[in-house]
Design a protein around this ligand. Structure first.
Ligand SMILES: CO[C@@H]1O[C@H](CNc2nc3cc4c(=O)[nH]c(N)nc4cc3[nH]2)[C@@H](O)[C@H]1O
Length: 373
C-alpha cells in the first residue's frame, strides 16, 4: 500500500513545484482543489472535474455528518464509492462551518455543540468525533478540528482560539492513530492577524507529527495584504518538506500571490459559486454573461483556451442561457471556471519549473488588466 508522501521537485524563490503521493493517486502542486461540500462539485460530473485537471476535491464533515450522516456514508462504502470519485479527497473538520453556518453554538474546552442549519437538531463535534467522521467518510487527507475566528477580532480572543486549536491539534492527531496506512492528517495554523501568535502556532504544529500544515483563519474578511503578510510571517516556520495548504483561498490573484509565497494547496468556492451566478473567469478577467453586450457576440469565451468549455459555445448562447435561467448556464460556467482555475495552476507549475514565476505572474495580471477584448 502506498504511503502518503510529498516531494519538492523545483523551487522559484519561496514558490515550490511538488507532488503529493497518496494510495488513490498523485496530486500536482501547487494544486487547486474544487469544493465538493455535499459529496458533489456542484453542477459537474466527477469525470468532468477530473478531465478539466483536478487531482483532488474537497468534502466537508459538517455538511456530511448532518446529511446523509457519516455512519450511513460508511455503510454505503465511503465517500469515494458513494460519489464515484476514485481520486484523492480532502475533508475539512467542520469547525469553520459550525461557526459560519450552524446556530446556537456552545464552544467549550472539549468541543462544540450546535444546532443543524437544516432542521435545528442538536449535534456535538469534538476533535475525536471529527476525525472519526473523516475516517468513516474515508478521506485521504483529514483536517484537525480547530476554532477559526472571523477578522477583525480582539487579540485576546485570537490568542485564546489559537491556543485551544493547538490543544485540539494534539487530540486530533492522537485520534487519527490507527486509521489505514496512506491516509494523512494536517494541522491548522491559527493566530489571526497577529504575527507573534501566528509564529507560536506554526512552531508548535511543526513539532507535532502532521503530514502537512494548513494556514487557517484567513479569507475571513481581511484585506489581501493582511492575508499575504500572515503567509510571509509563518512561511519560514513551516517545514519545507511538508505540504502547505491555505484554506478557503481564493481568487486567481490570491492564488498567484500565495503560491509565490510558498503555498502548495488551495480550495475555494469562488469558481463553482461564480459559475452559478453568470460569471466566467478567463484570461481576460471576469466576464458577467448577464450583460446585454454579449447578446449577439458570436465569439467563444477564449478561442485559445486548452479547455473545451471556453472554446465551444458563443457568448451570445451563454448570455441567452443565463437570461433564460436555464440549468445549463450554471453547468457550463462552472466547468468554464474550474477549467480556468486548473489552467492557471498548470501555468503556475510550469512557470516554477522554468524559474519564471514572477514573469508569469506579470503576464497573467496584464491579461486580466487588459480586460475582455
Ligand atoms: C472567500 O470565500 C468565503 O470565505 C470562505 C472561504 N474562507 C475560508 N477560510 C477558512 C478558514 C478555515 C480554518 O481556519 N479552519 C478550517 N477548519 N477551515 C477553514 C475554512 C476556510 N474557508 C468560503 O466559505 C466563502 O464563504
Amino acid at each position: 500500500m502506498t504511503a502518503f508522501s510529498f516531494r519538492v521537485r523545483a523551487t522559484d524563490g519561496t514558490a515550490r513545484l511538488g507532488e503529493i503521493s497518496t494510495p488513490r493517486g498523485h496530486i500536482r502542486t501547487p494544486a487547486f482543489m474544487p469544493v465538493g461540500t455535499q459529496a458533489t462539485v456542484k453542477a459537474m460530473y466527477p469525470e468532468q472535474v477530473r478531465a478539466l485537471g483536478a487531482d483532488i476535491i474537497l468534502g466537508n464533515t459538517y455538511h456530511l455528518m448532518l446529511r446523509p450522516g457519516a455512519e450511513r456514508v460508511a455503510r454505503l462504502g465511503g465517500l469515494h464509492a458513494f460519489m464515484d470519485w476514485p481520486h484523492p479527497i480532502l475533508t475539512d473538520s467542520g469547525g469553520f462551518q459550525v461557526m459560519s453556518l450552524a446556530s446556537l453554538r456552545k464552544l467549550d474546552e472539549d468541543g462544540v455543540t450546535f444546532r443543524s442549519h437544516l432542521d435545528g437538531s442538536e449535534h456535538r463535534l469534538t476533535p475525536e468525533r471529527s476525525i472519526e467522521i473523516q475516517g468513516l467518510l474515508g478521506a485521504d487527507i483529514q483536517m484537525q478540528l480547530d476554532e477559526c475566528l472571523k477578522l477583525p477580532a480582539a487579540r485576546e480572543d485570537i490568542a485564546r482560539a489559537m491556543e485551544l486549536s493547538l490543544r485540539w491539534a494534539e487530540r486530533s492527531r492522537r485520534a487519527f492513530e490507527g486509521q489505514p496506512e496512506g491516509r494523512a492528517i494536517f494541522g491548522i495554523v491559527q493566530g489571526g492577524d497577529q504575527p507573534d501568535l501566528r509564529i507560536d502556532s506554526a512552531k508548535a504544529l511543526a513539532g507535532m507529527d502532521f503530514h502537512g500544515l494548513a494556514v487557517g483563519g484567513l479569507a475571513v474578511g481581511e484585506p489581501q495584504e493582511v492575508m499575504l503578510a500572515m503567509i510571509e510571517t509563518v512561511e519560514p516556520h513551516l517545514p519545507a518538506t511538508k505540504p502547505r495548504y491555505l484554506m478557503g483561498v481564493g481568487t486567481p490573484d490570491d492564488i498567484l500571490e500565495a503560491a509565490s509565497r510558498g503555498i502548495d494547496m488551495f480550495d475555494c468556492v469562488m469558481p463553482t459559486r461564480a459559475g452559478r451566478h453568470a460569471t466566467a473567469f478567463t484570461r481576460f478577467g471576469k466576464i458577467n454573461l448577464r450583460n446585454a453586450r454579449h447578446a449577439e457576440d458570436t465569439r467563444p469565451l477564449d478561442p485559445d483556451s486548452p479547455s473545451e468549455p471556453l472554446r465551444r459555445w458563443s457568448r451570445a448562447y451563454l448570455h441567452h442561457l443565463v437570461r433564460a435561467e436555464e440549468m445549463l448556464a450554471g453547468m457550463i460556467l462552472t466547468a468554464v471556471n474550474i477549467a480556468y482555475y486548473q489552467e492557471l495552476m498548470a501555468g503556475i507549475r510550469a512557470a516554477i519549473a522554468e524559474g519564471r514565476l514572477a514573469a508569469f505572474r506579470d503576464e497573467v495580471k496584464a491579461g486580466w488588466a487588459a480586460g475582455d477584448l
